[in-house]
Design a protein around this ligand. Structure first.
Ligand code: DX5
Ligand code: ZN
Length: 223
């Protein structure tokens, strides 16, 4: 199943409620919330209080992407804020397995992200406890970058691995996804598609989201 997850990093921060409702009406499957601490990545975005405020405006599934060091310190805050899935970065801590356990104990879905320089093999020992793997298709930190094509090879390897073991795994791609390359991502095996600037920058986000679903359905995993 394909899910489209618009990233509010590209939204108008002065009007977040109406921006969220705009993509909800436009057919978004979930909402991608990029949390950046200025340490793990060279940019600062927002934290749990903004997510908690948005939680009161929408029932959309909250896909929270933590780009912060020491995520273990903040998991309970993001759980309380209303996260439905929490993604931590493999590179951000020494103990991803422990952080995953804390997320799961709170009855929230768990996911791990790998930056472009991290091999896909890093997450293999964690897979049986994960609901999703996020393969970054740009260096984390900023919206509006260009997709790095070699990252899609990691998506392909992960999908092959998961299929060969009958693991039901969502694979998310994040960064630089456009109407021109979404088909490459789904053919590589991605099924959760993050898109910031392509969706929020459009005059009619609903047309972009429908087109994204259409292209994705026409380009299933190519093996
Ligand atoms: C980058 C973020 C992305 C970003 C995607 O570090 O994780 O979610 O918002 O934005 P676009 O689609 O504009 O590349
Ligand atoms: Zn993200």
């Amino acid at each position: 199943m394909i899910y489209i997850s618009p990233s509010i990093l590209a939204a108008d921060f002065a009007n977040l409620e109406s921006e969220v409702k705009r993509v909800e009406r436009a057919g978004a499957s979930m909402l991608h919330l990029d949390v950046m601490d200025g340490v793990f990545v060279p940019n600062i975005s927002f934290g749990p209080s903004v997510i908690a405020a948005l939680r009161r405006c929408t029932d959309l599934f909250f896909d929270v992407h933590l780009m912060i060091v020491d995520p273990i310190r903040y998991i309970q805050d993001f759980v309380r804020a209303g996260a439905d899935i929490i993604t931590l970065h493999y590179e951000s801590c020494d103990n991803p397995a422990k952080v995953i356990s804390i997320i799961k104990a709170a009855d929230v879905r768990a996911s791990v992200s790998i930056s472009p320089g991290t091999p896909y093999e890093a997450v293999l020992p964690l897979l049986d406890r994960l609901d999703m793997v996020l393969v970054m298709t740009v260096e984390p930190g900023f919206g509006g970058q260009k997709l790095i094509p070699s990252t899609l090879e990691k998506v392909r390897q992960l999908r092959r691995y998961a299929n060969s073991r009958n693991l039901k795994l969502d694979i998310e791609v994040d960064g630089g996804i456009t109407l021109d390359n979404i088909g490459l991502a789904t053919r590589a095996g991605a099924n959760v598609i993050v898109s910031g600037s392509t969706i929020f920058g459009a005059s009619r986000p609903s047309a972009v989201i429908s087109k994204m679903f259409e292209i994705a359905e026409k380009n299933p995993f190519a093996g």
